[in-house]
Design a protein around this ligand. Structure first.
Ligand code: NDP
Length: 286
């Protein structure tokens, strides 16, 4: 078994970006809006701020109360859309229940939508058009595989999970007719019949489920590559919160050819690709 070192690959991407950003003629700005105090989201926002600071990107983080109205958030997005110093805007998900996340995502200028969730960017990804933003986690996974010299072209990739953030855009990306993609892709989800029969046909199995340790060795073909997207907060016997993936690492690692750890796998890549998208936006905007 070989470990896919997401931390190392992400830090190489950040080092390259740091050099480019140092040469960029003006300050680059990323705005992050967060509504409510979801502990997972707070941790992500902290990591995003830290990465911005490391690269010399100005980060503007606004933490809003959980009862903030969607109208207030829409107004803030409108202001940021027209603020020249801001190159990227993201609204941290999940949002409180009284929000329609699609309405919020659509309000962001597609040219500043560094998360790649606006329908314009989703459409460009599906069509294989350049000039959009690819969502950070799917792009991070594709790069993890490519930079680990794992062949994707022609391989059967099975993705467990069909969310708009991970499963669907990842399938759209890996199936593209372009270098580092060209996979045969199957998505399975909670309504899929014979799930384990399908996952056992995967050359590359990607778990984006949100269920701790869902993927055991019984669902994996020996020799498969296994990518664990899941980040689940669980309390251990002593009451400490620890992060666990969707893959039961100890049962799967012995039969996998390559596997990502949690933490230290996909997570750092998501942050690195967010920084890359923000730089890309600044380059395009000039
Ligand atoms: P969602 O909850 O939006 O989607 C989960 C998907 O898993 C759904 O499609 C759901 O099916 C499917 N699913 C749930 N239970 C089962 C089951 N028993 N059998 C088969 N399929 C099932 O989650 P996300 O995609 O947003 O996130 C998935 C995980 O990845 C989470 O742990 C999240 O924290 C993590 N994550 C990590 C990131 C990173 O940077 N590493 C970034 C984003 C997410 P259905 O559609 O039928 O309900």
């Amino acid at each position: 078994m070989n470990l896919i070192d997401g931390k190392k690959i992400a830090s190489q991407i950040l080092d390259e970006l740091a050099k480019k950003i140092a040469r960029f003629p003006r300050k680059i700005g990323l705005a992050v809006l967060m509504v409510g105090d979801n502990p997972g989201s707070q941790a992500y926002v902290r990591m995003k701020k830290k990465a911005c600071a490391q690269l010399g990107i100005d980060s503007l983080t606004e933490q809003l109360d959980a009862d903030t109205s969607p109208e207030t958030v829409l107004q803030k997005i409108e202001v940021l859309n027209h603020t020249p110093a801001i190159d990227g805007i993201l609204v941290q998900l999940p949002l409180p229940d009284h929000y329609n996340p699609q309405q919020i995502t659509r309000a962001i200028d597609p040219n500043k939508d560094v998360d790649g969730f606006h329908p314009m960017n989703v459409g460009k990804l599906l069509l294989g058009e350049d000039g959009g933003f690819i969502p950070c986690t799917p792009h991070g996974i594709q790069l993890l595989l490519e930079k680990s010299q794992i062949e994707i072209a022609g391989k059967h990739v099975v993705i467990v999970g069909r969310s708009n953030i991970v499963g669907k855009p990842l399938a759209a990306l890996l199936v593209q007719k372009r270098r580092g993609c060209n996979a045969t892709v199957t998505i399975v989800h909670s309504q899929s019949e014979h799930l384990s029969d399908i996952t056992r046909t995967a050359d590359i199995l990607i778990a984006a489920i949100g269920q701790p340790h869902f993927i055991t060795n019984k669902l994996v073909k020996p020799g498969a590559v296994v990518v664990d997207v899941g980040i689940n907060r669980m309390q251990d016997e002593t009451g400490n919160v620890k992060l666990v993936g969707d893959v039961d690492f100890s049962s799967v690692a012995p039969i996998a050819s390559w596997i990502t750890p949690v933490p230290g796998g996909v997570g750092p890549m998501t942050i690195a690709l967010l920084m890359q998208n923000t730089y890309e936006s600044a380059l395009r905007r000039g």
